[in-house]
Design a protein around this ligand. Structure first.
Ligand SMILES: Cc1cc2nc3c(=O)[nH]c(=O)nc-3n(C[C@H](O)[C@H](O)[C@H](O)COP(=O)(O)OP(=O)(O)OC[C@H]3O[C@@H](n4cnc5c(N)ncnc54)[C@H](O)[C@@H]3O)c2cc1C
Length: 570
């Protein structure tokens, strides 16, 4: 068996450090993060430059916005999408033009940092969530990435295959304009090539889970007169419930464009019998004569599928390539970005020359269990939402006292069921890594991971709870490359740890936390945070063997060897 060495043979020429296949949101985030570390990237995308994706994701989670802040694009992202004064509420109605049952208030982007109204405004984060359609988000990120010094963006280029060996990976790619083939070589390859991932297939990963949860007929429409017919305050999301049809609608531009999700029964999905136009009119609550234009349509199946491996040797998969699930909780793209930024920081450490072999095992050990768990949250929430559609009272639209009581009761249930997915603090911040080879655990378990509620904690593996070091400066703004040692107790001696880190070549910057700045969860005098904002170690004093701790954190302590690449030579 060949053992892989992180140090390439001197004669081995590389076109880049990392090849990324796919410039969707996950591949773009990976390119941004690697570029910020000075790591060279070839980013391969089959679509032409700036060709928008299909109208899918509408929610950028707070955890993603925290990462966009670190990468310098949070302001641009927040300024894009719906107008700054457009409410990001979710309204539950009998139809878009019908009676309102309940509403989850969410501030417009212009008030996002200042509003204290609604269930998701008191989150412990410097960057609350943002609602923006992928058709606005992606071109913005593409433009940004195209200007980055260490990224070569190859549009209109299709990836076909890979071979890997002890020192690197070569990809076969075809320029779709000229049809010329090339074979770029890099030290690592990331497959961010979406649900039909070729890279996933080539590393032998298999998807497991539930293949069909819900079939959906999605239509993007332009309906200039719709807002004139709609009562009350505008909303970003609309859930429509009436006895004829149930569906979800998202405001895309705040003027005239909407994405309509029409939920199909199993029979309709099998027979293809759902009348798209009739269903859209029933969800909107508009008569036959109302004019709208179909911009695009995409019919899809909500699934819960997670790959059984995220890595083979020097090749990794992330995002939809690694998992596909029903987008409840708005966490498909966001989970993919969380995957890949977990991966790129470990690759940064390896390419920076200071990490050991266990560093490369951390990605799958940390992300696969969390991904499996999130997929189950999303599915069980989807199942409850699907069930609730069957419980819509027959008289929900009646102009009677009974009708009003029925609307109030159903509205309360809808609020309680859905507030946890639209104000999902737990989903965003509550995940922790409990079986990582590069985290030093101390026996305190992380709080339970749930979708709706978040209990901040500094147990190793948890996201380090955010706090302001000074006005406008978050803890996260001060986390440097590698590791950061927070000194919370004035007298705590940092020297044994900084000396051990220096001896091992591991970046470890000390940040003194002003007295009273950190919340109560920071109950130890010293806390080591990773640059991906997770706690790696904590204590009241340096451990007896600081060199052993440094070796553990940089992946040099365990005896695990790098996995043999099963795809080599294929
Ligand atoms: C209706 C709907 C609503 C959703 N809402 C949300 C939401 O609110 N929040 C959320 O987080 N997620 C949501 N999602 C999920 C989200 O859209 C996806 O999880 C996200 O797009 C995945 O990003 P990705 O970069 O992994 O893959 P993709 O977006 O699929 O990107 C993959 C890229 O790889 C390129 N590619 C593929 N193969 C090749 C090849 N051989 N050569 C070159 N290029 C290649 C493709 O062209 C594409 O650009 C939703 C999904 C749907 C269907």
């Amino acid at each position: 068996m060949t053992s892989l060495s992180p140090v390439p043979a001197r004669h081995d020429p590389y076109d880049a450090d990392v090849i990324i296949v796919g410039a969707g949101p996950v591949g773009l985030a990976a390119a941004m993060d690697l570029d910020a570390r000075g790591i060279s990237v070839i980013l391969i995308e089959q679509r032409p430059f700036l060709q928008p994706p299909s109208v899918k994701c509408n929610h950028v989670a707070a955890r993603t916005m925290e990462q966009f802040r670190r990468l310098g694009v949070a302001g641009q992202v927040r300024a894009a999408g719906l107008p700054a004064d457009y409410p990001h509420d979710v309204a539950f109605r009998t139809a878009l033009t019908g009676k309102e049952l309940t509403r989850i208030p969410i501030p417009p982007s212009g008030e996002r940092y200042t509003s204290a109204t609604g269930p998701d405004t008191e989150w412990a984060t410097p960057e609350p969530p943002h609602r923006i359609n992928q058709t606005f988000l992606e071109p913005l990120l593409v433009r940004h990435v195209a200007g980055l010094p260490h990224v070569t963006l190859l549009n209109t280029t299709r990836y076909a295959d890979l071979t890997q060996d002890d020192n690197g990976v070569s990809a076969t790619i075809t320029d779709l304009d000229g049809a010329s083939r090339r074979l770029p070589r890099a030290r690592f390859l990331i497959g961010a090539d979406g649900g039909h991932s070729a890279v996933r297939r080539q590393i032998g990963a298999k998807l497991h889970g539930d293949a069909v949860i819900q079939s959906v007929q999605s239509t993007c429409i332009r309906a200039p007169g719709l807002y004139d017919l709609m009562p009350g305050r505008r909303a970003w999301g609309y859930y429509a419930y009436n006895s004829r049809r149930k569906g979800h609608v998202y405001a895309i531009d705040g003027h005239e464009t909407f994405l309509v999700h029409n939920h199909l029964t199993a029979e309709e999905a099998a027979s293809g019998s759902a009348d798209r136009d009739w269903c859209i009119r029933a969800i909107l609550g508009v008569p036959d004569g109302f004019g709208y234009e179909v911009v695009s349509k995409e019919d899809w199946v909500a699934r819960r599928l997670v790959a059984d491996r995220f890595r083979d040797g020097r090749v990794f998969i992330a995002g939809d390539a690694a998992h596909l699930w029903v987008p409840y909780g708005g966490y498909g793209m966001n989970a993919g970005i969380a995957d890949v930024l977990n991966l790129t920081w470990t690759l940064g450490a390896i390419l920076g020359g200071w990490a050991g072999p266990a560093m490369i095992d951390a990605y799958e050990a940390e992300r696969l269990p969390i991904t499996a768990q999130v997929s189950k949250f999303a599915m069980s929430h989807a199942e409850r939402v699907i069930k609730s559609r069957h419980a819509v009272p027959q008289n929900v639209e009646d102009d009677t006292e009974e009708g009003e009581l029925a609307r109030a009761a159903f509205g309360r249930q809808a609020y309680d069921l859905n507030v946890q997915q639209f104000a999902a603090a737990g989903l965003n911040f509550g995940y922790s890594y409990d079986s990582s080879p590069i985290i030093s655990y101390d026996g305190e378990p992380a709080p339970e991971y749930t979708m709706g509620s978040y209990t901040p904690a500094t147990a190793p593996g948890c996201r380090a709870p955010h706090f302001w070091l000074e006005p406008g400066v978050s803890l996260y703004d001060r986390l440097g490359h590698g590791y950061t040692l927070l000194r919370l107790g004035q007298g705590a001696d940092t020297e044994p740890l900084t000396a051990a880190a220096a001896a091992a070549g591991m970046p470890l910057e000390v940040v003194d936390v002003p007295a009273g700045a950190a919340p109560a969860e920071y109950k130890h005098a010293l806390v080591i945070c990773r640059e991906d904002q997770h706690v790696a170690w904590r204590g009241d004093a340096a451990p007896a063997d600081p060199a052993a701790l440094a070796d553990l954190l940089r992946g040099a302590a365990t005896a695990r060897s790098w996995r043999h690449p099963v795809t080599a030579g294929r």
